[in-house]
Design a protein around this ligand. Structure first.
Ligand SMILES: [Zn+2]
Length: 238
């Protein structure tokens, strides 16, 4: 009798576990959009439209520097999201040209651009979603991100002489109201620094994101495919 009760209880536990798991997986599931994950396919797209070429930033933009946070554990996830030896990144040719213009404008003022993140393989966006699962902080893989399309960049401004970043009020990936463009309860110098980044980027064709002072993207992002090709692979000659 006692044995049967225990068995019955165990059975209920198993049923509950299966139910809970299925509810949870329903919440985390999404329909995968079209992804370009084959080199051949990407090459074909670039042949049809040369603006789609993924170009390594630093070799194309002299004076720009990298601080690729997701290739280190110095990010809000406190873990590596890219292969640890990722030392370079990419954007579509059209975005690189726009960034070149932004950099040369800043150069005249003794300033330069520092890039925290640019291209992000689609599989990494899926990984972010699996770990965080909150659209306030990470992109929903059902739609993907401008970073997956090679049209979004996270960046700040630094002083060419001192090497120091301009004070933007918060660090990169600070998910509080203070990082919003509409948040103005900040020292005048911080507001000026944010405005300098915003106006420089917008004058060169990028669009700001209200909730993240560091994130800029091209308005025509949706014309560019979501990519899932590794950083090393993109260094290959077309
Ligand atoms: Zn971003």
């Amino acid at each position: 009798m006692y044995y049967n009760i225990v068995k019955g209880f165990l059975f209920l536990q198993i049923v509950f576990f299966i139910f809970a798991t299925s509810v949870f997986s329903q919440q985390t599931s999404y329909i995968r959009p079209d992804i370009t994950d084959k080199w051949k396919e990407y090459r074909k797209q670039v042949k049809a439209d040369s603006n789609k070429k993924m170009v390594e930033l630093q070799s194309a933009i002299p004076g720009m520097v990298y601080d690729l946070r997701y290739a280190t554990s110095n990010n809000f996830m406190h873990r590596l999201m890219y292969p640890s030896k990722t030392r370079f990144t990419f954007l579509r040719l059209v975005a690189v040209k726009a960034l070149q213009n932004a950099q040369s404008k800043l150069h005249e003022m003794g300033l330069g651009l520092k890039v925290f993140d640019a291209y992000r393989p689609y599989a990494v966006t899926e990984k972010f979603w699996e770990l965080v699962h909150d659209e306030r902080y990470v992109a929903n893989p059902a739609r993907g991100s401008g970073h997956n399309r090679g049209t979004s960049v996270d960046l700040t401004i630094f002083n060419l002489n001192s090497g120091l970043e301009l004070d933007m009020g918060t660090g990169f990936d600070n998910f509080t109201d203070t990082a919003h463009h509409s948040f103005t309860d900040l020292p005048e110098s911080v507001l000026q620094n944010r405005l300098l980044l915003k106006s420089t980027m917008e004058q060169n064709g990028f669009k700001a994101l209200e909730t993240e002072w560091w994130h800029y993207s091209l308005p025509q992002s949706s014309q560019y495919e979501l990519l899932n090709l590794g950083f090393k692979k993109l260094k290959r000659k077309l």
